[in-house]
Design a protein around this ligand. Structure first.
Ligand code: HDD
Length: 715
């Protein structure tokens, strides 16, 4: 709590109080063993004689080394790399018509949350900027128990049935013979699998889009992916899809930039989230729901149970019902971020599952994985996983049990314990599963309503702006270009051709191949989920041809703000103080951060004779770590064109379509030697010094994140 500068103390901080019991602080304390014995010498082991062997008797050395030897636990099999934060959820309006969940009914309740974001494929120490799906897992500590919304930053998934999950993950992770590549899908096994799984095509469009390389974890959407159910007091069910909409808008970096960020700062996303919270810029997302009456279950062009499909927002609008704010960093990465255990099966009364076969498989997997990862069925007792709702049952014992259950009764029914703990009636908050009628034969098959693998992939591609479509084509050209087996490329072109012939044509050009002819029946290659041939993929005409909500650049919901954006000020001795000050003040008034970069640390002398403290040198700073660039005026500024890193800085910013503003001498060095067209709409210059109008137009331009038009002129 004390680390965050502007922590909001006014919310219902039940979970924080609960965690206080386990927080430890060594300020002003003696160093001790785990048994509480004070340690006098923490530098030398006990030896027989000054130069003699160490003694087995040294319990202090033994304890210290034994504990160290066992510090690591298995990393998550997927989503190993993550960053998390505490916060709270506030409800805007009661959802009582649809769900009886208390935290979605009472607008006065602020529900504590713990949120973990992650990449999927890479190991715990891999780079943040991998092209990958991002996990978006939210633990709500509600008064009726824990609700986990374990989603991703993309609304669909690669596969339709949990049966294929181990295959998918084996294919995407580093190849088993040499453990290469780390945190990258651009390799043979991934695309071999994908090329044989037409059902993955919609998700492939998302993963090849800019959604897979977010600018910040704070600037991405989140989705529950599956269709869930809301259940109200009358036991009526509505289908529901969950959405998180970031208040800072959805933004991405470009692929070349992502790769360079991985080198310059592989913790870019982790640090960005951490720093924003430390600075009091608490990230916020609004929670939206798409609600579908039970009676409309079969009214769509797709099956609501199919996790490779989304419900277009144009068909069922997203209703915003609340807001989540993250306002506190964890105190300890291992204790909280690493040990947190999410589970889509953690639900509360008022929320229920559907028969989505991917979700059904997940309901088994998450507890199972915690047993090997956290090592005991008592993982719910780990402080970060502990419910703040009262918990009483007859579960007992197991490794590392913390609870001391009093009394001799550990069974139900009992008379010796007065029948306690009691079962709760439904009107006392007891959970009861939705009374869904199921009248079926046991069958190992895929529903034919899941057979349309291409229509929504096409809808996604067609909904993108031309620039975003180019990015998808470039991503596919990169990924498929890296393959060693030409036959995989060929199969992929066949599948892409069924999504969009123009996309397939673009990718084939880069691969130096021709697009194979699409057979009369859509391609299935006779393998994968449908190898019986019973369900050949089909295309179903969609009721809409384009959905703006699917595009980052067209997204009607995206907010325009430059809050928390990092702006590089390229400075040196002899910079104009007036120029720096006007721009810095204007940017900071909008919540952005001006970072002074110079050839040396310490202070730089301004042309006016004052000093400005330097934040970073050109040896450390790199354009890819910033959102925009300002080159101020000043008689010393022309010296910047002699610095190689400054030239690289300017050219990279330009190539990544960043907004560049420059004043007077700064504007002149922009034109010098750099390979840029200073007439484009993303380059803003002024001949005056401390020009407020320039600052205003810089802010307006930064609100659009990038000047994407420039890409058309870049070869
Ligand atoms: Fe999963 C972790 C999201 C399908 C099995 N998953 C995990 C995490 C997220 C997701 C965000 C990280 C949670 C954290 O931060 O600790 N997973 C999804 C989504 C899916 C999905 C959105 C599809 C819609 N997952 C999925 C399937 C299976 C799993 C089909 C298995 C049948 N997922 C796991 C797991 C993990 C996990 C192995 C690894 C670590 C963990 O659970 O706690 O059980």
């Amino acid at each position: 709590m004390k680390d965050s500068k502007k922590t909001n103390q006014n919310y219902n901080d039940g979970k924080q109080k609960d965690l206080d019991v386990n927080r430890s602080n060594a300020d002003d304390q003696f160093l001790t063993t785990n048994q509480g014995v004070k340690i006098n010498d923490n530098n030398n082991s006990l030896k027989s004689g000054e130069r003699g062997p160490s003694l087995l008797e040294d319990f202090i050395l033994r304890e210290k080394i034994t504990h160290f030897d066992h510090e690591r636990i298995p990393e998550r099999i997927v989503h190993a790399r993550g960053s998390a934060a505490h916060g709270y959820f506030e409800l805007y309006k009661t959802m009582g018509n649809y769900t009886k969940a208390g935290f979605l009914n009472d607008t006065s309740i602020k529900t504590p949350v713990f949120v973990r974001f992650s990449t999927v494929a890479g190991s715990r120490g891999s780079t943040d900027l991998a092209r990958d799906v991002r996990g978006f897992a939210v633990k709500f500590y509600t008064q009726e128990g824990i609700f986990d919304l374990v989603g991703n930053n993309m609304p669909v998934f690669f596969i339709q049935d949990a049966m294929k999950f181990p295959d998918l993950i084996h294919a995407v992770k580093a190849e088993p013979h040499n453990e290469i590549p780390q945190a990258a899908s651009a390799h043979d096994t991934f695309w071999d699998f994908i090329s044989l799984m037409p059902e993955s095509m919609h998700m492939i469009m998302w993963v090849m889009s800019d959604r897979a390389i977010p600018r910040s974890l704070r600037m991405m959407e989140g989705f529950g992916v599956h269709t869930f159910r809301f259940i109200n007091e009358k036991n009526e069910s509505h289908f529901v899809k969950f959405h998180w909409k970031p208040k800072l808008g959805t933004h991405a970096v470009v692929w070349d930039e992502a790769q360079k960020i991985s080198g310059k700062n592989s913790d870019f996303h982790k640090l960005d989230l951490w720093q924003a919270i430390e600075d009091g810029h608490f990230p916020e997302w609004e929670l939206g729901v798409q609600i579908i009456p039970e009676s409309d279950e079969h009214k769509f062009d797709f099956d609501l149970l199919d996790p490779t499909k989304l419900v277009p927002e144009e068909i069922v609008p997203v209703t915003i019902i609340g807001k989540m704010t993250l306002n506190k960093n964890p105190d300890n990465f291992f204790a909280e971020t690493e040990q947190v255990a999410f589970h889509p099966g953690h639900i509360v009364p008022g929320i229920d599952f559907t028969n989505d076969p991917l979700l059904q498989g997940r309901l088994f997997s998450y507890t199972d994985t915690q047993l090997s990862r956290l090592g005991s069925p008592n993982f719910h007792e780990i402080p970060i996983n502990r419910t703040i709702a009262p918990k009483h049952n007859h579960q007992r014992d197991g490794h590392m049990r913390q609870e001391i259950a009093v009394g001799k009764v550990s069974y139900h029914p009992n008379s010796l314990g007065g029948g306690c703990p009691f079962q709760a009636k439904i009107d006392e908050g007891g959970f009861s599963s939705f009374n869904e009628r199921i009248d079926a034969q046991k069958i190992r098959e895929r529903s034919s309503s899941f057979s349309d693998h291409f229509s929504q992939a096409t809808l996604f591609y067609n909904s993108q702006t031309p620039i975003e479509q180019e990015h998808i084509a470039a991503a596919l050209s990169f990924e498929l270009g890296k393959l060693e087996t030409p036959a995989i490329r060929e199969r992929m072109l066949g599948l892409l051709n069924q999504v969009s012939s123009s996309l397939a044509a673009k990718v084939s050009k880069s691969l130096g191949m021709t697009v194979p002819k699409t057979p009369e029946k859509p391609l299935n290659h006779g393998v994968g989920a449908d190898d019986t041939g019973a369900h050949e993929p089909v295309k179903v005409k969609q009721s809409i041809e384009s959905s703006d909500a699917l595009s980052i650049l067209k997204n009607p919901n995206s907010s325009k703000t430059i809050s928390t954006r990092q702006i590089a000020f390229l400075c040196t001795d002899g910079v104009s103080k007036a120029s720096v000050k006007t721009m810095k003040t204007a940017l900071e008034n909008e919540g952005a951060k001006a970072v002074i970069i110079a050839p040396h640390l310490g202070n730089i002398q301004t042309a006016e004779g004052s000093e400005i403290p330097v934040d970073q040198t050109y040896k450390i700073a790199a354009s890819v770590l910033f959102d925009g660039v300002f080159i101020p005026a000043g008689k010393g500024i022309p010296e910047l064109s002699k610095i190689r890193e400054v030239k690289e800085f300017i050219n990279d910013s330009y190539n990544h379509c960043k907004i560049i503003a420059a004043e007077s001498e700064g504007a002149k060095i922009l034109k010098d030697k750099n390979e840029i067209d200073d007439k484009d709409g993303g380059i803003l210059t002024s001949n005056s010094m401390g020009d407020k109008t320039l600052a205003e137009s810089f802010i307006k331009a930064l609100e659009n994140h990038r000047y994407w038009e420039r890409e058309k002129t870049l070869s």
